[in-house]
Design a binder for this molecule. Structure first.
Ligand SMILES: NC(=O)c1ccc[n+]([C@@H]2O[C@H](COP(=O)([O-])OP(=O)(O)OC[C@H]3O[C@@H](n4cnc5c(N)ncnc54)[C@H](O)[C@@H]3O)[C@@H](O)[C@H]2O)c1
Ligand SMILES: [Zn+2]
Length: 397
């Protein structure tokens, strides 16, 4: 806070100060649109008793394809709960995957839909989908009328375990990931295991990378659990996956809720461990590497770098890479070796993007131990190169 200078010919100052408390439910349930599932209706009723809330529902087209019954279930649910729910129309399909975050025309269509349905600041825009659809719909909801109420139903392991319970949204622009976006907590999050069952195996696996990430920076016991359950998890066992999701989501929630910087005004972004390389790899591979897969490679890279930087015992670095491999996650992509045309590695630009995104000093989370992240402010390109070489030899071995 600015100290009041001595009154002078230069004028005077008033202080303006307020804070806004956020409090939103994150529900773990099965089959959220079963007629007798109380959660969605109850959340709406408690926010606005006595009259139906207007809901506009956007659904990832990948989810619609995997769950042909979903549209009918949503309208049945709304009909059963007509005292609390009034749909503004049929569900609006949204192209699933990173495409929606890259395409300005598709983004404009989301805003048009909000306008056509006359969504106002007391109505709800509901997003059902993977992290990309949640990001794009969340962004549209955040800027439409300067923000309409938003409820998320994440449908992938990654979005249920990580992004869906967070407070950010974003779209990509000018070739850069997540360049435009806002920090806006949702009104509620409903994690429904029924969406995970039909998810393609590759997507189920990719989401586990974020759980490994958050375990590594915050929770050694959870890391141990992931190791102990690695056979069930690698086999995509539904019960093991549900437990992974809930624990990972709660660690993300705790970080955001209690670490004192939910809107990332400082320079540190611990939940983005492994992400400086991951974001760059997503772009370098034209998104053939998904976000979760890129995070897996990025986590492996930064774990090894932590060893070479003298922060982490070598055997712990090996535990990280071997867990990722046992879960069926990648620790390598040839794009790690892509040159920037001037004798450097193209992936290194990720460090610059990372610093520019946050501003201020470069701050990267590395590992001091399994379960304990630690911030550093420089990374040595030569050590990054050696970490990449090491990953290449592991990959080959
Ligand atoms: N806002 C944040 O804090 C944050 C955090 C982490 C990641 N993200 C973003 O999340 C995105 C990645 O999300 P993702 O991993 O969920 O993948 P995704 O959203 O790209 O979805 C992957 C594919 O799965 C399909 N799909 C989704 N749910 C399905 C289901 N239940 N059944 C069948 N198919 C389904 C989609 O149509 C898509 O084709 C990235 O854009 C990433 O940047 C955001
Ligand atoms: Zn991530």
């Amino acid at each position: 806070v600015l100290e009041r200078p001595r009154a002078s010919v230069w004028g005077h100052m008033h202080s303006q100060r307020f804070s806004v408390a956020y409090d939103f439910p994150v529900v773990f349930t099965h089959d959220a649109f079963a007629n007798d599932n109380p959660w969605l209706a109850e959340i709406l009723r408690q926010r606005e008793p006595g009259k139906p809330s207007r809901l506009t529902v956007f659904v990832d087209d990948g989810v619609l394809a995997a769950r042909p019954d979903l549209e009918r279930k949503i309208s049945d649910y709304a009909a059963t709960h007509s005292a609390t729910i009034a749909l503004t129309g049929s569900v609006i399909p949204v192209k699933g995957g990173e495409g929606i975050k890259n395409d300005p025309e598709l983004q404009a269509a989301l805003l048009e839909a909000l306008r056509d349905r006359a969504v106002d600041r007391h109505s709800y825009a509901i997003a059902i989908g993977g992290g990309a659809v949640l990001d794009a719909v969340g962004y549209a909801a955040a800027i439409f009328h300067r923000g309409v109420r938003h409820i998320r139903l994440p449908t992938t392991v990654l979005s249920q375990a990580d992004s869906g319970v967070g407070v950010k949204n974003a779209i990509n622009a000018f070739g850069q990931k997540n360049l435009l976006g806002t920090f806006v907590p949702p009104v509620a999050v409903i994690n429904d295991t029924a969406f995970i069952d039909p998810l393609p195996a590759r997507e189920k696996r990719a989401g586990m990378a974020e759980a490994v990430k958050v375990a590594l920076i915050r929770d050694a016991t959870f890391f141990q659990w992931l190791e102990d359950e690695s056979v069930a998890l690698a086999g995509l066992d539904a019960t093991a996956l549900a437990r992974l999701i809930e624990h990972s989501a709660r660690l993300h929630m705790r970080q955001i809720g209690t670490a004192g910087d939910p809107f990332e005004t400082g320079t540190a972004r611990p939940l983005d461990f492994g992400h400086w390389a991951a974001h760059r790899l997503e772009i370098l591979t034209g998104h053939t590497l998904s976000h979760g897969e890129a995070v897996s490679v990025g986590v492996a890279l930064d774990a090894r770098y932590s060893v070479l930087a003298g922060m982490l015992p070598a055997e712990d670095g090996e535990r990280v890479v071997s867990l990722l491999r046992r879960l069926g996650l990648p620790i390598w992509h040839d794009a790690l070796r892509t040159s920037d045309g001037e004798n450097g590695l193209a992936v290194l630009r990720g460090l610059r993007d990372f610093r520019e995104h946050l501003g201020g000093e470069l701050t990267i989370t590395l590992l001091r131990a399994i379960g304990r992240g630690e911030e550093v402010h420089t990374m040595d390109p030569a050590l990054i190169g050696r970490s990449i070489d090491w990953l290449a030899s592991w990959q080959a071995g």
